[in-house]
Each structure stands twice: as structure tokens, then as C-alpha cells.
Design a protein. Sequence first.
Length: 188
Amino acid sequence: MLESGNEQEARISVGSVLSGLVRHPIDNLIRSWNWKSAVMSALIRGMLFFVTNASAGMRAALSAMSIESAFYISTAGFYGAITQAFRRAHPAWAAMLTVMVLQPTLNHSLEFTLHWIGGTEKLARSITASICFSLLSAVFNLFAMRRGALIVGEGRQSLIADLRQMPFIIFDFITVIPRSIMRRILGS
């Protein structure tokens, strides 16, 4: 789903988004809690920690998966709300950079502490994989939200509709740089 004319007019600066998050956390984080991000993150990241810890045994892998899934089901909705708040922010590169830095910094400090307390066997490998995934997923989620997917509240669609859109969004995401290069080459 592409932005309509009214949604394009609703674009704001990155500074305004940051200010709104700080000044109105109830509206921007609690009321805009993104359940789609919470569910998808808990599933994907739980699997990531399971696979990363599988070499330490089934018990270690299940423990790491459980800790990670519980952590993300409770926190990723807030991260999704933050990302959604930046979906109309401009310039787009500044919004992307802010999301890439802000969320992983908040997230991985808590994540490391929780897994350290929980005794995750492959902690360094797990957190490294999680950070790499966070950088990619932050950019991808912002990309998808700018196209109307994975959002909650006004302008939302069902999770099933979002998932049906995913192959096209993933293709656009993977090819955005090559297409941009081709446009420059052909336009020159």
C-alpha cells in the first residue's frame, strides 16, 4: 500500500518525531504499541537464539529461545511504535539512521543483561547475531512501514494482508540499491 496524498503531507522532521516521543510517551509508545512487531519479533528472534545456541544442547537452545521470545513479546511492540513514528519523517536517510542507532542501543543493553542473568550459553555469538539482525530489521521495518505494512492504528491493514505484501516489499527492499544505480546509469 503506497502513501496517499494526505499521508505524504503528514511528513515531519526527525527532530519533531524525537521530541514527540519524549514529550508524549503515553500516546507514542503505549497507545501506539505495535503488536505486529511484538509477535513477529518474538517468533523470529526466538528462532535466531534457538539456532545460535543449538550447539550447546537442546536445553540451552530452548532456554535461550524462551528468554528471547519473552523479552521481545514484551518490548518489540514499543520498538515497533518508535519505528512507526519515524515512517513519515524526513529526510528519509536521517529517519533510517536514527532508527538504526536508537533502537539497537536501547534494546541490546537490556537484552545482554537479561541473557547474562539467564545464563545463555553462547551469549557473545547470540548478541552479535541479534545486533546484526537488528540493524537489518530496523531498516527493513521502516521500509515496510513507509509502504503501509506492519503498522497499527490509522491506516493499518490486517497482519495477513501485511504478510501477503511481504514478498513484494522484500523484493523492493533487496533491489532498491541496484534499481537506483540503474536509474542513474540510464539517466546519464
